[in-house]
Design a protein around this ligand. Sequence first.
Ligand code: ATP
Ligand code: MG
Ligand code: MG
Length: 554
Amino acid sequence: DDSKPLNFIEHIVEEDLANNFPKEHLRFRFPPEPNGYLHIGHASSISLNFGLGLRYNAPVNLRFDDTNPAKEEQEFVDAIKRDVEWLGYQWDTERYASDYFQQLYDWAIYLVKKGKAYVDDQSSEEMAAQKGTPTDPGMNSPNRDRSVEENLALFNQMKKGDFEEGTHVLRAKIDMSSSNMLMRDPIMYRVLHKAHHRTNTDWCIYPMYDWTHGESDYIEQVSHSFCTLEFAMHRELYDWFLDQVYDEKKVRPKQREFARRNLSHTVVSKRKLAQLVENGVVNSWDDPRMPTISGLRRRGYTPESIRNFTETIGIAKRDNLIDVSLLEFQVRNHLNKIAPRVMGVLDPLKVVITNYPEGEEEWLDAENNPEDETAGSRKVPFSREFYIEKEDFREEANKKFFRLKLGKEVRLKNAYIIKAESCTKDTDGNIIEVQCTYDPKSKSGSGTEESLRKVKGTLHWVSIKHALKAEVRLYDRLFTEESPDTHKDKDFMEFVNPDSLQVITGLLEPHLKDAKIGDRVQFQRMGYFCVDKDSTTEKLVFNKTVGLRDSWAK
Ligand code: ATP
Ligand code: MG
Ligand code: MG
């Protein structure tokens, strides 16, 4: 959309173009580490990078930042690809940092030969003690001045697998008194005797993030490398590593930072989300309570609603917390336009129409979506006995209660006007049945004077004889706290909401028997629901996506 004001990231690109950076050299990337599923925070980064690709008609790579074999898996690679595609974006090429292990190794040798890298075999404690503090310079490692030959031999031994994990590292020789701690001879390689999900056991030394990321951008000729603010201090190192290998004739990647997005009442960190899965707080990465893209999809979110959300919150320069109601607003807004209306009773109370002929039934016309003329209509069965919501009936109530009460009338959606005459209770005093009379001439859409009569209150209902039973899963916030992972002396796990899932049996109009996994509907007056992947032909399972209005008590 060209009419929108540019965000500060787009300004950076515009400025480069204005300073004669060739437009055809623009290239971006989205660089997830495959150590978990993508979450709603990633959606911001995806929208940003792929949005730039669309704006400038430039390629965007999907790069897996897979340098840590201990935590990465093929399952996560597959899930990430599925989610980016589902969000509606297309990458130019699929890349893996692990594809560059050989090139990175060759460059590391080159640095060693230039005297810019050395092998250190001190313990990590010794190295930490030499690091100094931001205000005190560090101390040079006693191994800093090893000869090139010795470094090459040791580095080769590291690669061959001669050393145990944690005994040897390759370090860049930069500046132990730099005011930027990251420049104090950072580690480039460590020994890890672990199989990698792609390179298997080819390597037992693995490159660190800082050494890998900028060089990968350079190999792919990414022009603009956007990352989150925690990498701002890493930029100097990113540039130092590039300086070592940069060839003037090539595009030099540029790192710039934007704010991480946090969502209220949840956590957006793969590590923490993994903890929820591992501890059984949720059932899986795609549990509908999870803020993952696959969790949101299973919950009933549409790609449009997530894209509109990221678009609305935009790109920021400072970290902040976005209220989850903004996300819910977007899905409600979109589902209002596209979701067919159906009737479903979630907490049933039996109603009998005493003047409706026994054994009779009729099929009434029901409009599928008042927001969408093309959505058409369907038939809904009506009969003498049906369910309404328990909360829609009271024996007595004040004037503001526009639902059913004794002696008063309401309209049944798509059907008749009924009047409550009496009710029956069980021995505990619970109401178990309401007896009504109906006005046979008041049928909706029949055009009679009676059908046009105004009564306050319209209820949804489901004919008992025709009702389809389904499991309905209702969700609440996963955490009771707005910002569960920012408490100083409490772990975020302490704020897990024990009642985030409630499973009930709903009674639905029979039309829904053909609903397919992923179908989204509005249960009129109750909210938006979608068919869960646990559904079978014997048993339908619905997830509540969101209510019709923002009803959550603040
Ligand atoms: P996590 O802590 O969830 O693992 P990460 O930053 O380590 O997050 P990556 O897989 O490295 O996850 O992220 C891929 C890209 O998405 C990076 O550029 C990262 O900066 C960006 N990103 C991750 N989380 C967010 C967020 N909450 N808001 C905006 N961008 C994010
Ligand atoms: Mg990362
Ligand atoms: Mg991470």
